[in-house]
Design a protein around this ligand. Structure first.
Ligand code: AMP
Length: 139
C-alpha cells in the first residue's frame, strides 16, 4: 500500500492538524496520544513518510529509537511510572490504525489495566497539562 500523505500524523507534521507536542527535533516529533491507554501515553513519529518499520529509512529508525528512549525516561519521571510499555504496530493485522509509523510510550503500574486501544478521546485540557509535565521532565 502506498503511503497516504493525508493520514492524520502527516497532517500533524505539516501543521495542518493540531497536537499536544512534548518534543521536536530535525528528524522526529513527540506528542500526546489523544485516546490514551493510560495517563501520559505519548507517541513518537519520524519526519519521514513511512507507513511502517519496513518502509522506514534506517537513519530515521535510529532517530525514532533515540527520541523514544529520551521521551520514555521523561514520561517515567513525569508520571512516577514503575514501568513503561513501548509498542510499535506494523500493519492492520497487528492492530495499526494510523499508517504513519510511530512508537507508543505508555506508563504502566501493576494492578492498573490498560484502556482499550484508540477508543476514548481524552479531555484536551488534561492532555495539555500532561504534555507540560513531560516537557518539564525533559528539562
Ligand atoms: P496505532 O493503532 O498503533 O496505529 O496507533 C495510533 C494511535 O494514534 C492510537 O493510539 C490513537 O489513539 C492515536 N491517535 C489517533 N489520532 C490521533 C491524533 N489526531 N492525535 C494524537 N493521537 C492520535
Amino acid at each position: 500500500m502506498a503511503y497516504d500523505q493525508n493520514n492524520i500524523f502527516a497532517k500533524i507534521l505539516r501543521k495542518e492538524a493540531p497536537c499536544f507536542p512534548v518534543y521536536e527535533d530535525d528528524m522526529t516529533l513527540a506528542f500526546m496520544d489523544v485516546m490514551p491507554q493510560a495517563e501520559g501515553h505519548t507517541l513518537v513519529i519520524p519526519k519521514f513518510p513511512a507507513e511502517n518499520l519496513f518502509d522506514l529509512d534506517p537513519e530515521y529508525a535510529g532517530a525514532m529509537a533515540k527520541t523514544t528512549k529520551k521521551i520514555a525516561a521523561a514520561v517515567k519521571e513525569a508520571f512516577a511510572a514503575p514501568g513503561i510499555l513501548i509498542a510499535q504496530l506494523n500493519g492492520a493485522a497487528a492492530g495499526q490504525t494510523v499508517f504513519h509509523i510511530h512508537t507508543h510510550i505508555i506508563p504502566r503500574s501493576q494492578g492498573i489495566d490498560l484502556k482499550l486501544h484508540a477508543r476514548e478521546l481524552a479531555d484536551f485540557e488534561e492532555l495539555k497539562r500532561h504534555a507540560e509535565r513531560i516537557r518539564k521532565a525533559l528539562g
